[in-house]
Design a protein around this ligand. Structure first.
Ligand SMILES: [Zn+2]
Ligand SMILES: [Zn+2]
Length: 252
């Protein structure tokens, strides 16, 4: 009995020492290239967003582009946030991991991804990541989705990123005023129209963000319409600036 228990303890100990790949679950004996364990085979599928990227929305630009130049959509319709950055291009293992976090009840994935967010905020030089008095705010979930999921993945990511950056988290600063419905099949302009009026700053949120730089956290930036609308209401409530950080950025 005693040896069985010690064997079980031993294997638990071993699995803690040799981490498992976040995507495939294989043990990762060597150093991972990211801030979380991932095996060499899966690591190849992670596409980091590197310069040059749009100086506003963070979308990767062709290699010949000047760093910090604006992409076409940001020139014609600049977003309300100051800058956005994401760690990875959305797709492959990144998409699988984000979907597990959102729909697979795997909340444990949030802390390692939150640390990735914090690193990307620093690497991209987002002002709100280092500004004095800055506060982390998460994109809110529709109440029905929050009830069925049990957590808001953006709040969990925000909590981990805030801890890494040494910033406070205002988890309930934003609320859903109404649900825009599924966003997946809409173009940029239609998404912007559908999210208008969907978010509101809470009474408590207005007290917290007034005069402070805000670092807004979401899991994925698709067109940036949601982040821009959140930024608009945060600025209207008196936030000094809004920068946006996400795990991944969709690239069309
Ligand atoms: Zn793997
Ligand atoms: Zn842009």
């Amino acid at each position: 009995m005693r040896s069985l228990a010690s064997t079980a303890l031993r294997s638990l100990f071993d699995s803690l020492l040799v981490p498992s790949c976040l995507d495939c679950g294989d043990l990762v004996p060597s150093l991972s290239p990211f801030d979380f364990p991932v095996c060499a085979a899966c690591a190849e599928g992670f596409e980091r967003i590197l310069p040059p990227a749009c100086g506003r929305c963070g979308v990767p630009l062709p290699a010949a582009a000047r760093a910090a130049v604006r992409c076409g959509p940001c020139r014609t319709h600049p977003p309300d946030f100051r800058r956005a950055a994401a760690a990875f291009v959305y797709g492959g293992p990144v998409a699988r991991i984000v979907l597990r976090l959102k729909y697979g009840r795997e909340a444990w994935l949030a802390p390692p991804l939150g640390r990735v967010l914090a690193a990307a905020a620093h690497a991209s030089g987002l002002g709100a990541a280092t500004a004095a008095g800055a506060v982390v705010v998460a994109v809110p979930l529709a109440p029905a989705r929050l009830r069925s999921r049990g957590y808001n993945q953006a709040v969990l990511l925000g909590r981990a990123a805030a801890r890494t950056l040494g910033l406070p988290l205002a988890a309930d600063a934003l609320a859903r005023a109404r649900d825009p419905g599924p966003q997946d099949h809409h173009g940029r302009r239609e998404r912007r129209e559908r999210v208008a009026g969907c978010f509101a700053v809470t009474t408590r949120g207005a007290r917290v963000v007034e005069g402070r730089p805000v670092l807004l956290v979401d899991d994925v930036i698709t067109t940036g319409a949601t982040a821009s609308e959140c930024a608009r209401v945060l600025l209207a409530a008196g936030a000094a600036s809004v920068d946006v950080i996400a795990v991944a950025r969709a690239v069309s």
